[in-house]
Ligand binder design. Structure first.
Ligand SMILES: Cc1cc2nc3c(=O)[nH]c(=O)nc-3n(C[C@H](O)[C@H](O)[C@H](O)COP(=O)(O)O)c2cc1C
Length: 338
């Protein structure tokens, strides 16, 4: 990919144009439509659905439909994981019917549940199988296909450049590389330098991922890897607007404005209500808890205060909303006084 296009943040994924250099990572149980909507509103250049495991294709339409739901006006990227051609092909077609603009294939998930079935990162150990699955998905839909992977299975098998070349040869249009091996899970620091070997192995855009949390780390990751863009996962928990902030930091463009105190309360409560609508009240109250904890932690409220508030055990949605508002008001007032 041309350096000038990288610097300008103009990335082409097949026919799809992406403007910007900071993307929200797929995170199962987190990057659902309500979360992606906030990231997009605050200027993320791209957002990706939670992984849809092939097995869940048969686990009920309600969950599938929820996961396949587009979140806004950005290209709708649906991520699929699996190790059987027929399920991946079916998943890709269902995603296309649901309005996907891009299909992403997961070659990075380290979870035993996923890798024992030779899906996710385990596919990096069997490049021929990974290639066959990629070709099957590309053949099944008339949409650009991308791949998200790790550096390799372990330090002895760093084969991301090989997989990248195979994927590009098959017609994959963009790659995301998390700078860890599968054996690292999420431990240690992500290594951005080896991602450069992938960048140099292919001419399609490469996105660097792992431990990017702000504009400074994004700049370092881009400089070390030569990638076209960064992808942010855990750094966006409790602050989905950070992706837009980094995008603006890198490109000077974008809609980002950091939520001020009042807006923060509105964003959190709006997110909470959206979760209840998406999952229904009973499940929604539980799904929302981790987000609430992260929001409050990011605002500077300590874990003991969060626990003491019983916020995370309340089942009454209206009381949760009132408690969040009170906690944040009290917190900001005491900071002003101090
Ligand atoms: C809770 C959680 C869920 C994740 N789910 C997915 C997923 O569904 N698909 C995927 O490709 N990666 C998934 N990942 C990996 C992230 O997309 C990302 O590669 C990884 O967290 C490293 O980036 P970070 O340091 O910015 O978090 C998940 C990570 C976390 C922490």
């Amino acid at each position: 990919m041309a350096e000038a296009d990288k610097k300008a943040g103009q990335i082409r994924v097949g026919e799809v144009e992406i403007s910007g250099r900071a993307f929200l990572a797929p995170m199962a149980g987190i990057s659902d439509a309500p979360f992606r909507t906030i990231a997009e509103r605050y200027g993320a250049a791209l957002v990706v659905s939670e992984m849809i495991a092939s097995a869940s294709l048969t686990s009920g339409m309600a969950e599938m439909q929820r996961k396949l739901r587009p979140s806004g006006r950005l290209p709708h990227v649906v991520q699929l994981a699996g190790n059987e051609e027929k399920w991946l092909v079916l998943g890709a077609r269902m995603a296309a019917d649901a309005g996907a603009d891009i299909i992403d294939i997961n070659l990075g998930c380290p979870s035993k549940k996923v890798t024992n079935g030779y899906a996710g990162s385990a596919l990096m150990r069997v490049p021929d199988k990974a290639l066959a699955l990629i070709e099957a998905v590309i053949g099944a839909v008339d949409l650009p296909v991308t791949v998200k992977m790790r550096l390799g299975w372990n330090d002895q098998q760093i084969n991301a450049p090989l997989i990248a070349r195979l994927a590009e040869g098959a017609g994959v249009r963009m790659l995301v590389v998390h700078g860890r091996t599968r054996q690292q899970f999420y431990k240690g620091r992500a290594r951005w330098e080896p991602v450069r070997d992938v960048v140099e192995a292919v001419s399609i855009p490469v996105v660097v991922n792992g431990d990017v949390v702000d504009t400074a780390s994004a700049r370092k990751a881009l400089a070390a890897s030569g990638a076209a863009a960064v992808m942010i996962g855990r750094g966006a928990q409790g602050q989905p607007w950070i992706v837009g902030q980094v995008n603006r930091g890198l490109t000077g463009r974008g809609v980002f404005c950091s939520p001020d105190k009042e807006e923060l309360v509105d964003v959190i409560i709006g997110h909470y209500r959206e979760i209840l609508t998406t999952y229904g009240r009973e499940l929604g109250v539980r799904v929302a808890r981790k987000h609430l904890r992260w929001y409050l932690q990011r605002a500077g409220i300590g874990e003991p205060d969060i626990r003491q508030s019983s916020l995370l055990t309340l089942d009454d949605a209206e009381r949760v909303i009132a408690t969040v508002g009170e906690m944040l008001d009290f917190h900001f007032q005491s900071r002003e006084v101090a």
